[in-house]
Design a protein around this ligand. Sequence first.
Ligand code: PLP
Length: 375
Amino acid sequence: MWRVQLFKLNYDEQEQTAVKEVLDSAWLTMGQKTIDFETAFSEYLGNDSQSLAVSNGTAALHMALLACGIKPGDEVITSSLTFIADQNVTYMTGAVNILADITSMEDWSMDPAEIESHITSKTKAVMIVHYAGYACDMDHIVDICKRHNLYLIEDCAHTPGADYKGRPLGTFGDIAAFSFFSNKNLAVGEGGMVVTRNPEVYSKLKGLRSHGMTVPSFDRYKGRAVSYDIETPGLNYRIDEIRSALGLVQLKKLEEANNKRKELVEHYFRRLDDIQSITIPYREFSRGKPNYHIMPILLSDKIDRNSVIESMKQDGVQTSIHYPAIQNFTAYKGKVNTTPKAEYVSAHELTLPLYPTMTHEEVDIVCGTLIKGLS
Ligand SMILES: Cc1ncc(COP(=O)(O)O)c(C=O)c1O
């Protein structure tokens, strides 16, 4: 249907072989592949990280809030330019979400000064998002959380392969939540990882993932235990072996895939250089190595975004918006604070296609249709 679609899986026969191996093993629920995926992910992150693979990124975020003991009446400061999962999981705990605005039109990361200005006696946690795989200002944010004794949760849905001053994103906060949804740099369909460097938090997360059971079914299958205890209540946020096997392959491919994304983004930069009616965030600076998760641009307020989207669609190019304003969703209208800069970006942002197997010619097609749509 599309000449150039928004994203494509970076899959080949390696993923097929990995899935076949699991099917041949006849063990589908969490087992050795999951343990191997978690070990490999912790090794990639380093810094004493301990990882637990889970069913998706939203589950990882929910578990993070529960492990921090977030309860009704607490306040959590989150990003105003993010996927709705951050808002929803906070709502589900009964806590109140306070949105912190982004820094500027060039830097769409949460503004540390904004975070600090929203802290009250009820604030318990700050949940940051490294938008598009570009690091937030971690020196300032870690310092704020330490000074105010707040939990720091990193929403790392966009970050596999990205770092801040050489240290992987996901190793700065108390807990990090990764998503491996289909469009992510590490994609398994539905999946996620919750990561901590604190052994006590790790054991809480482990209970939350699987009903609070002290012994997983895999250990009983292996004859290592006959029964289990429930020490604390938990959920079923488990991943399965097929997705863990896919994750292992995708993790191996991550660095090369991110390098390809970088090349493509640089090509976009060259092609979009002299278009006056757009700006490109994060183009002029970086706080570390990004992973180029998506290709966002900002249209000038003279441009009608819907007509650009429609024109590009007519020319076979799929685009998206990252993200619609939280304030405009029916569920949250009138219930969240305003954040003028993020709301402006939400109204004018356009995401162009980007995926590791994309060609330079496809980038040229996208840019050609964009220029046509803008005129
Ligand atoms: C920033 C952000 N947070 C959270 C999520 C939720 O992840 P999942 O779709 O795996 O539940 C996503 C996924 O799209 C995301 O982009």
